[in-house]
Write a protein that binds this ligand. Structure first.
Ligand SMILES: Cc1cc2nc3c(=O)[nH]c(=O)nc-3n(C[C@H](O)[C@H](O)[C@H](O)COP(=O)(O)O)c2cc1C
Length: 342
C-alpha cells in the first residue's frame, strides 16, 4: 500500500542551493526511525533522472533493510569496520551498481530514445549514418576497463543526485565502503560478472543534529579551480560568497558549539567509546597553517584548543620513511605534507 503523502504540497521543497549546503555525511542514525518508502523511492528517482552518457541507464541499485534481507549477515561481514555501527543503525542500505553491459547493449536504444525525445538533433552535427557506422561501433569497441571508468563516473553522478534529494527530504545520507571483503558484496548478491558494485549508501533519520556539527572544511576555491589555463587561480567573488552564505549554501564550519559534547552524549547512549580522533600537535599545527585550506575561525579555535590537550599522540617517526617514499613516488613535496622532524 502506498505511504505517499496525500498531496504534492506535503512533499518538502528545499531549494537546491540550500540542500547542497545542508548535505552532510550523517554517521549517527536513529535506529528506531524508518524512512518512509515514498522517500526511498523519491531518492532512487533522483538517481534514475541523473544525466547519463548516451542515455544508456547503466546505474542500478539494490535497496536493503536489515529486518527483511536474508543476506544481512553476509553483507555485514563485508562492510569496513568503521561502518558497522552505521549499517546497523540506518534505516535502508542502497547498493549502487554499474551495469557495464549497458554500454554495449543499450548504445543504440539509448541514443535512439534521446533522438525520439527531441534531444539529439542535426543542429549539432548528428546524422544517422555516421552514428550507426562510426560513433556507436567506436564506443562499443571500448575495452571493459575504459567503459568501467566512464560508467562509474556516471554512477557517482546518480548517487550524488540521490543524496542531495535525500537531504532535501530531510533524510540523512552517507556513502560507505565495503572494503573488508573485496568481491564479497558481488558474491552475496550473486551479481553477474558485467555488474560492478560501485558504492554503498546508508539512509536514515539522523540521530545527530542534522547540521552534523557544521559544514566540513574544504580547500580554498582558488586552489581547486583554474581560470583559462591550468595553474591560474580562479579567484572567488567575495560578494557572491556572502550571498551564498545567505542562501545557506555555504554554512558555518564545524565544530559548531556543542558538537564535541554531542558526540560524547551519543557515545554514552549507545555504549560506545567517547571522544574524537586526535592527531599529534605538530600535525594539527601544520594543517591549520596550510594556506591551501579554507579554515574559518571556529575550526582554528578548535585547533588551538586541541594543541593544548595533554596526551595527544606522537607522530610515529618510523612512518616518516614510508610516507616520504610514497609521496616521492608521486612527485609530491614531502616538506609540505610531513610534520617537521621532532
Ligand atoms: C565515495 C565516498 C566514499 C565514502 N566512504 C565513507 C566511508 O566508508 N565511511 C565514512 O564514514 N564516510 C565515508 N565517506 C564520507 C566522507 O568521509 C565525507 O564525505 C567527507 O568526510 C566530507 O564530509 P561531508 O560529506 O559531511 O561533507 C565517503 C564519501 C565518498 C564520496
Amino acid at each position: 500500500m502506498s505511504d505517499a503523502p496525500q498531496s504534492a504540497a506535503a512533499i518538502p521543497d528545499m531549494p537546491v542551493l540550500e540542500a547542497i549546503g545542508n548535505r552532510r555525511s550523517i554517521r549517527y542514525f536513529d535506529p528506531e526511525k524508518k524512512v518512509e518508502d515514498w522517500k526511498i523511492q523519491t531518492i532512487l528517482q533522483a538517481g534514475r533522472l541523473a544525466s547519463c552518457q548516451g542515455n544508456i541507464n547503466a546505474t542500478e541499485a539494490i535497496v536493503v533493510q536489515k529486518e527483511t534481507c536474508e543476506l544481512w549477515d553476509e553483507i555485514e561481514e563485508c562492510v569496513s569496520g568503521f561502518n558497522v555501527q552505521i549499517i546497523n543503525q540506518c534505516s535502508h542500505l542502497v547498493f549502487w551498481l554499474t551495469n557495464l553491459n549497458a554500454w554495449y547493449g543499450r548504445a543504440v536504444d539509448g541514443l535512439g530514445s534521446v533522438a525520439l525525445a527531441g534531444g539529439m538533433t542535426k543542429y549539432h552535427g548528428w546524422n544517422y549514418d555516421f552514428t550507426m557506422t562510426q560513433t556507436i561501433p567506436r564506443l562499443m569497441s571500448f575495452p571493459t576497463e575504459r567503459t568501467e571508468i566512464l560508467l562509474r563516473f556516471e554512477s557517482g553522478q546518480a548517487v550524488a543526485q540521490s543524496m542531495l534529494c535525500g537531504t532535501g527530504l530531510g533524510v540523512g545520507n552517507i556513502l560507505i565502503a565495503f572494503g573488508r571483503k573485496p568481491g564479497g558484496i558481488e558474491k552475496a548478491f550473486g551479481l553477474p560478472p558485467h555488474y560492478r558494485f560501485t558504492w554503498g549508501h546508508a539512509i536514515g533519520y539522523a540521530k545527530e543534529d542534522e547540521a552534523a556539527g557544521g559544514q566540513r572544511p574544504r580547500l580554498k576555491f582558488e586552489k581547486l579551480f583554474h581560470k583559462d589555463a591550468f595553474g591560474t587561480p580562479y579567484e572567488p567573488d567575495p560578494e557572491l560568497e556572502l550571498l551564498l552564505r545567505e542562501k545557506e549554501m555555504i554554512q558555518p564550519q564545524g565544530p559548531l558549539p556543542g558538537r564535541i559534547e554531542e558526540i560524547d552524549n551519543l557515545a554514552a547512549e549507545f555504549g560506545r567509546d567517547a571522544g574524537v580522533l586526535h592527531f599529534p600537535a605538530r600535525e594539527v599545527e601544520r594543517l591549520i597553517n596550510d594556506e591551501d585550506w579554507d579554515f574559518d575561525d571556529a575550526i582554528k579555535a578548535r585547533a588551538a584548543e586541541v594543541i593544548d590537550i595533554e596526551g595527544l599522540p606522537d607522530y610515529p617517526d618510523e612512518m616518516r620513511e614510508t610516507f616520504s617514499a610514497l609521496l616521492q613516488e608521486h612527485g609530491i613535496d614531502t616538506n609540505k605534507f610531513l610534520p617537521p622532524e621532532a
